[in-house]
Design a protein around this ligand. Structure first.
Ligand code: ADP
Ligand code: MG
Length: 719
């Protein structure tokens, strides 16, 4: 007998088309937003609620407090004051008067407002010229009193979808909810778990979210802490976790080259290095080595604070592949960072006879053809580049190890693209490359669990010896002249200085890599700010050699400026946040960050990591514009108090309220519908355990949970 659940499955996937009000045009608009089935509508949750369950006497309206009133139209006035305006005055038994003001209106609308007509209005009153007024209220003309009863649930307000009016949206979702299967058919989570966590069933949760009772805890709903929301968040986080775990399981079904050589090249490189590996580097290298020796793909994330020495560990891992005659790809998110890896790897590996190739978007024409050829025929043993490496046109001869640096800056799909470049099954076996992912953005353990459920995590939790912690101070921008004096002195002593102009985040080469709003104009403004600062500093510091680098310069120019700075040919480098990631100039020991109050903790920490890389004691000056918001003050305090990336990450999580979500960029996770990692972090350990249990005991159920929440996206990711 087919199970009840299976026979009901189509109900979830029944298309929206067919609901009344969902013509082909509307369906198309909804589809563009990923809303295809009834289930998608159930999971389309309100942004907020309007309480239209009661009427407020007009005389008791308060400015700024949304309310519903009912009254009679007392006066209508059409006029022009700068622009056309329609004003409708209404009154009720409380002897209050309220003005409704419209700037956009049609003639037909004007005709509706007849004196004496009853009208029900919802909106937020504000003080106007004659008492309170509501601009563009939602309203409904009604007949005799009592004809139009009030609802007994709060009115949901859904996210706006272009081309689908709010009323249509409400109507469609209401119909979808009417078709909600019964509890048993709908529920996927085990009953005992819900009881244990005191969470409602899915059916109860959805009904509460879409149609909260008049006395629902609206404060909890808007804070996102209502049990109905926690219930949905739990299932959604579980779905994401399961999807990542399943990707891992699927990937590990493939074979990989076991890279278990003697380590001849590793030993040669170790001997040639001017330093000894730290204990932490040795520990992580050993973990990688034992992963690589297996005939199934490694999936490992190496977290290590800025300056902890991840690059050399990556280079050593690469040697294990090269020794076995295989290829290695190393991808970095920006050209600048990739170039630096190139320089490091060439410096370390070419003396050992290892051929290192370069492939970035800017490599074009004949040079590109040549590199692609060398990558395809195996001449190139280590290929360093940007996301250009991940493009379809790039075919490897025998890629055994894919290394991705600063992976939080890549989309998850980009990282996955490299794994598909494994060797074709020459001996009939399908092989995928081992994956090594490196990040300097420490994320709290709980979040790591969520975002990297498909990876094993190791940490380089020790800095190379001889580094002194960076001394950080926060300075009001008014004290800039003093600061400039200090810089003058520092340059005279032969110290090198970064001056970072930060307006908005830097754009990357590939817009697809960064879902956060960013891009051209921001980069231009930042570049302009840097240009201006560069000119000012050049003028006031005539004895210092001042240089400029920003994201709008040509890569070759940028590289030349960076090289000159690294070689000590300039003293003061005015830069935009292009230097945020990976730039390594050990002699630079002073950094100034402008507008530090606008930056998040993670970015400040990344920037500061550019100094304190050499033996000299370093300092970082965070210039801010007063007055500081509470949040900005706490961020700057945190920066002054600690250099520990993990402590900073925890503080970051604590400081980000529901309004300041952790973006995709930081976590590598797709956007959630309900869950909020900062808010719901407490659920993650539960999610983790539950996922393991489900995968072990009920894989079919696990699949349905993933399908429900992620559906097409999951299919795409594992395709
Ligand atoms: P990150 O982890 O931030 O990518 P890097 O790999 O750029 O750090 O290393 C930072 C600097 O430290 C580089 O100049 C690198 O050569 C140097 N370094 C790496 N490991 C050691 C070590 N064990 N001892 C001394 N210096 C090291
Ligand atoms: Mg690095």
């Amino acid at each position: 007998m087919p199970s009840a659940a299976r026979s009901l499955e189509p109900a979830f996937n029944r298309p929206i088309v067919g609901l009344s009000g969902a013509g082909p045009k509307v369906a198309e608009k909804l589809a563009a937003r990923g809303l295809l089935t009834l289930q998608d509508l159930w999971l389309q949750l309100p942004l907020r609620y309007e309480d239209r369950t009661s009427l407020t006497p007009i005389a008791r309206l308060q400015p700024g407090v949304a309310a519903q009133v009912e009254g009679t139209i007392e006066a209508v006035e059409r006029g022009f004051r700068y622009r056309p305006v329609l004003r409708v005055a209404i009154g009720d038994d409380s002897y209050g008067t309220l003005v409704l003001r419209f700037f956009h209106f049609r003639a037909a609308q004007v005709g509706q407002f007849a004196i004496g007509q009853r009208i029900r209005v919802y909106g937020t009153p504000r003080p106007g010229q004659q008492g309170l007024e509501i601009v563009h209220p939602s309203y409904k003309l009604i007949g005799i009193e009592g004809e139009s009863p009030l609802g007994d649930t709060l009115e949901p307000v859904y996210p706006q979808i272009e081309g689908v009016g709010p009323a249509t949206m409400r109507k469609l979702i209401a119909q979808a909810l009417d078709r909600l299967p019964d509890q048993v058919a709908l529920e996927l989570l085990p009953e005992h778990l819900l009881r244990e966590l005191r969470l409602p069933t899915l059916r109860e949760a959805l009904i509460t979210m879409h149609r909260p009772a008049r006395d629902a805890d609206v404060a909890a709903l808007s804070a996102g802490t209502h049990p109905a929301q926690r219930r949905l968040a739990l299932e959604e986080l579980l779905a994401h976790h399961l999807s990542l775990r399943r990707q891992r399981i699927a990937l590990q079904q493939h074979g990989a080259h076991a890279l278990a050589g003697k380590g001849v090249l590793v030993n040669k490189l170790l001997k040639a290095l001017p330093f000894k590996l730290t204990g932490a580097q040795q520990k992580v290298l050993a973990q990688i080595r034992s992963d690589l020796a297996q005939p199934r793909p490694m999936l490992r994330l190496v977290q290590g604070d800025v300056g902890s020495g991840k690059t050399v560990v990556a280079a050593l891992a690469a040697m294990l592949a090269v020794e076995k005659g295989k290829q290695v790809a190393l991808a970095a998110p920006t050209e600048l960072l990739a170039e630096q890896h190139l320089a490091n790897l060439r410096g370390w590996l070419e003396p050992l006879g290892v051929r290192v190739a370069w492939l970035a978007g800017k490599v074009t024409g004949k040079a590109r053809t040549k590199v692609l050829e060398e990558v395809a025929n195996g001449h190139a043993q280590v290929v360093v580049g940007t996301h250009a490496l991940m493009q379809e046109s790039v075919a490897f001869h025998d890629l055994a190890l894919a290394i991705v640096d600063e992976q939080h800056r890549f989309g998850v799909h980009q990282r996955l693209a490299l794994r598909d470049k494994g060797s074709q099954d020459r001996d009939g076996a399908s092989r995928v490359p081992h994956q090594l992912v490196m990040t300097a953005t420490p994320i709290p353990r709980t979040l790591a669990m969520a975002s990297y459920a498909d990876l094993d995590v190791s940490a380089i939790d020790e800095l190379p010896p001889g580094r002194t912690p960076v001394q950080t101070i926060a300075l009001n921008a008014e004290r800039r002249p003093e600061l400039i004096e200090r810089i003058r002195a520092a340059c005279a002593e032969g110290r090198q200085v970064y001056w970072v102009c930060t307006l908005i985040e830097e754009a990357e080469d590939d817009p697809k890599a960064a879902p956060a709003p960013r891009g051209g104009p921001a980069m231009r403004i930042e570049a302009q700010a840097a240009q201006t600062t560069f000119e000012q500093l050049t003028e006031v510091l005539p004895h210092a050699r001042v240089a400029l680098v920003h994201g709008r310069m040509k890569p070759a120019e940028k590289q030349a400026v960076m090289r000159a700075f690294k070689q000590g040919e300039s003293d003061l480098l005015v830069a935009t946040t292009v230097i945020e990631v990976g730039v390594d100039v050990p002699n630079a020991s002073l950094m100034v960050v402008e507008n530090a109050e606008r930056l998040g903790l993670a970015q400040l920490h990344q920037l500061r990591g550019r100094v304190g890389r050499g033996a000299a004691a370093s300092s970082c000056v965070l210039l801010y514009q007063a007055p500081l918001s509470q949040m900005a003050r706490e961020r700057l305090d945190t920066m002054r108090q600690t250099n520990d990336g993990f402590v900073i990450a925890e503080k970051d999580l604590e400081l980000r309220g529901p309004g300041e979500l952790l973006g995709t960029r930081q976590t590598g996770l797709a956007a959630f519908r309900v869950a909020d990692l900062a808010r719901d972090a407490g659920l993650l350990p539960q999610v983790h355990d539950l996922a393991e249990t489900l995968l072990a005991t009920s894989p079919a159920l696990a699949e349905r949970i993933t399908e429900r929440w992620i559906g097409g996206a999951a299919r795409y990711a594992s395709a």
